[in-house]
Design a protein around this ligand. Sequence first.
Ligand code: AMP
Length: 424
Amino acid sequence: MIQLIKGFKDILPEETALWQYIEKTVADIFEDFGFREIRIPIMERTELFARSIGEDTDIVEKEMYTFADRKGELLTLRPEATASVVRAYIQHKMYAPDPVRKLYTVGPMFRRERPQKGRYRQFYQINAEVFGVASAYIDAQLIIMLDVLFNRLMIKDIRAHINSLGCPRCRPGFKNVLDDFISSKIDRLCADCKRRKDRNPLRVLDCKVPSCREAMADAPALIDHLCETCREHFNTVQEILNAQGVEYLLDKGLVRGLDYYTRTTFEIQTGALGAQNAIAGGGRYDRLVSELGGPEIPAIGFAIGFDRLVEVALQQKRSLDHGPDVFIAALGEKSRQVAFEWSCDLNRTGISTDMEFADKSLKSQMKRANRLNAAHVLIVGENELAGGEIILRNMDTKEQLALPIEGLVKLIRDRIREDNIIDR
Ligand code: AMP
């Protein structure tokens, strides 16, 4: 038997209802904030990721699924979406006539990381990117939008961690300080970090090897070396979050694993997931559009880890696998024929149904209805058909209602719509 690839997973029907619900909620909220969906391919030229994410990052050095196609061109399954969205923004000149664009996209990403709980080789992200706004308002607004989303999804135990990574003006000064610090610890660093020290010392701050983490624990922080403009920008972000009552933690150690970030960076972390505690991450990348060949246009974005969001939602009992509105238990061939007609008519009016097609006892059909988590069971037997009344049982309240056969479908539909409205 051929098995699934390691680190990949199937999302089974018991879970897809929750995925769909989250995706719909995301679309509703993001559209309210002015975002529009963009759909991009899952494969790009390798160069796009190498140039944007950075040659010295873990993703590009170790984790990309890269292959040469039949003509020898190097292609990569995308490890993240920002680079592709930026490419599309530039390629389709989406900045003309107005550079301001708010885009979101949902889909699979691929990274050959060590698989473990909460870390997959194919995982899903919900991405949002804003182009053309330099103001700190938009930094704060993205964090507020995440707060609105998590509230709507009733996800608890989360907190925004925020930091600033400065800009090309404050970084050189900081790099000198950092260089000195790294040199003093060089013997304790891994081989990768020894190599990264001269090429890209910021990446040493982000290394996951425990001995490097330990050695770098007291490393200087960029936030203490910000230029005046970056400091003001970051202060404004915090003031807006304070005014909006969004809680956050100032996290000097938050550097994020990609090269393109500047200024505000953030991560939404949760206490509910153990080691893989980041449920979303993002930040400004004001130079990336121009570095990839576009005009000088500031940008900011984030990615939510969809798989992790689902895991937290499931843990917090937000399962939305609701089962059919009506399960029809039919007894005998004649009842089955009528039941099938009603089931089709109910489906046509927007009521979801399921039924038993084999000759099974009422007891076994009720068991199946329970297993499917059906909201109601309609019991159809020869006696009921002869008597002109059918029983509709509410599986939650156990209340049984005798409904006339005449106009039955409409009666059931009205009854269920009413219940659904009350539920909401
Ligand atoms: P990143 O693009 O690394 O900033 O990741 C953004 C979010 O995607 C993280 O906060 C995680 O929630 C999620 N994520 C990243 N890598 C993985 C992975 N290998 N498996 C599952 N989720 C991931």
